[in-house]
Design a protein around this ligand. Structure first.
Ligand SMILES: Cc1cc2nc3c(=O)[nH]c(=O)nc-3n(C[C@H](O)[C@H](O)[C@H](O)COP(=O)(O)OP(=O)(O)OC[C@H]3O[C@@H](n4cnc5c(N)ncnc54)[C@H](O)[C@@H]3O)c2cc1C
Length: 395
């Protein structure tokens, strides 16, 4: 376990401590931290969101809020964002809150089916085929891949373009495409990224989404004008799509035999008095329940060395975490390490917030566990589709 001083310049920290633990890719213009997140929420204006959320270019026409990196890490919990738009115009508010529910749906689905979400969920689609589904040459795909690699963020519309182009048109395995996207995205989560891919390529719905010149002309018309292939467009027509064959049924999609395990504890569970709070990547905000319950305790974060070596995330993501922890360190006593978070929890008496991801079950030896900040509690009913799931929610 290596400890480092989080108040140092993040550029130096990356050089000194993260060698071999990322795949490069610079730093995003989107800043990490509660202070940046609060600013984004304070200046949030969703008037016109419903109409503009899918706009791509020019950038000033975009209606997307770019809150996702903060929401993904619970720096802004969904409930805070939900309440934050209460005075917005009705139609925009409804559309925006629908999208927040998609995020919650992704979390419920992943909490329930776990690593099963890495395979075709309901329908057969090209899954593991090797190869690059974003070959260079088309201005539209090049521009979007460039934005992904430069800033680590994309509007929903262009994420769908990339996922569709990779698998629906180019027939490369979506598992590899989602991994490439996950490495770059500041908001990259297995829950939302796997859901996004499965729903776009059709393995979640049976109906693949087709990407063609039509969407580019509608959402980012300037791209076609500058494209070397504008008179010979390889995506002039929609790719041929058809209803996909059923995959072997997954019983967990229809019903959850143990929704209480899926949700995690609903009240804090104390086995022994904690001496520190241990944060995880799933909950990095000031409102982290374990931190709020223990305002006097020092806080620790352990970068998972083995996972980082394997995942080879972009340095943009590491910068985002360092900035977040550095910001937190202006308000709390924060210690940062590179090593094994499970070992840390075994060797220290820690309070931690439950995380609805499969790897959380490795934390067997924890002094105090706090409930996850759900927007809605997981239920036992169907999660086959967003509307089936939504219909069973308690209000
Ligand atoms: C292929 C693909 C991969 C994706 N990967 C991720 C991912 O790794 N992490 C991630 O958070 N989202 C992912 N999404 C969902 C969505 O594209 C992003 O959440 C959204 O683009 C983030 O931008 P925003 O904050 O401006 O969104 P806004 O339009 O402003 O929406 C507000 C919030 O609602 C939530 N949201 C919006 N759309 C969705 C959606 N379709 N699914 C789930 N949540 C949604 C996000 O938390 C978002 O911040 C993916 C979508 C696709 C199609």
């Amino acid at each position: 376990m290596k400890q480092f001083d989080i108040t140092q310049d993040p550029e130096d920290l990356i050089t000194d401590y993260f060698d071999g633990l990322h795949s490069g890719g610079g730093r995003s213009s989107i800043k990490g931290g509660q202070t940046a997140a609060n600013q984004a929420l304070e200046t949030l204006d969703i008037r016109g969101y419903a109409k503009k959320r899918s706009e791509v270019l020019p950038v000033h026409k975009r209606g997307a809020t770019v809150l996702s990196p903060y929401i993904r890490h619970n720096i802004l919990p969904l409930k805070t964002v939900w309440d934050g738009v209460s005075s917005a115009p009705h139609y925009d508010k409804e559309k925006f809150r629908d999208e927040l529910l998609w995020q919650e749906y992704a979390r419920h689905l992943y909490a329930r089916v776990g690593t099963r979400l890495f395979e075709n969920l309901r329908f057969e689609q090209t899954w593991d085929e090797e190869g690059d589904g974003w070959p260079e040459g088309m201005a539209c795909v090049d521009a979007v891949v460039d934005e992904l690699n430069t800033d680590g963020w994309l509007v929903n519309q262009t994420r769908m373009w990339l996922a569709s182009h990779w698998s629906v048109r180019n027939q490369k395995g979506w598992l590899h495409g989602q991994e490439k996207m996950h490495q770059q995205l500041l908001d990259g989560s297995r829950a939302a990224n796997l859901l996004g891919w499965q729903w776009t390529v059709g393995s979640g719905t049976g109906k693949p989404y087709g990407f063609a010149r039509w969407q580019v002309e509608k959402r980012a018309p300037s791209l076609c004008g500058s494209c070397p292939l504008k008179n010979n467009c390889p995506i002039q027509e929609f790719p041929e799509t058809h209803q996909l064959d059923q995959a072997p049924p997954e019983p967990l999609l229809a019903a959850d035999p143990s929704p209480e395990l899926t949700a995690g504890p609903l009240v804090p569970i104390q086995k022994q008095k904690p001496e520190r709070v241990l944060l995880t990547i799933e909950s990095l905000g000031d409102s982290d329940p374990a931190m709020v319950a223990n305002p006097e305790l020092p806080v620790a974060f352990v970068f998972n060395e083995e996972a980082l070596r394997k995942l080879q995330l972009s340095s943009k993501r590491i910068f985002f975490y360092l900035e977040t922890l550095q910001d937190l360190a202006t308000r709390r006593n924060v210690s940062t390490y590179i090593g094994d978070p499970i070992q840390f929890a075994n060797q220290n008496s820690v309070a931690i917030t439950h995380a609805p991801v499969p790897s959380f079950s490795k934390f067997q030896n924890v002094a105090e566990v706090h409930p996850y900040p759900w927007l809605r509690l997981p239920h036992a009913g169907s999660v086959k589709s967003f509307s089936a799931w939504r219909g069973k929610l308690h209000h």
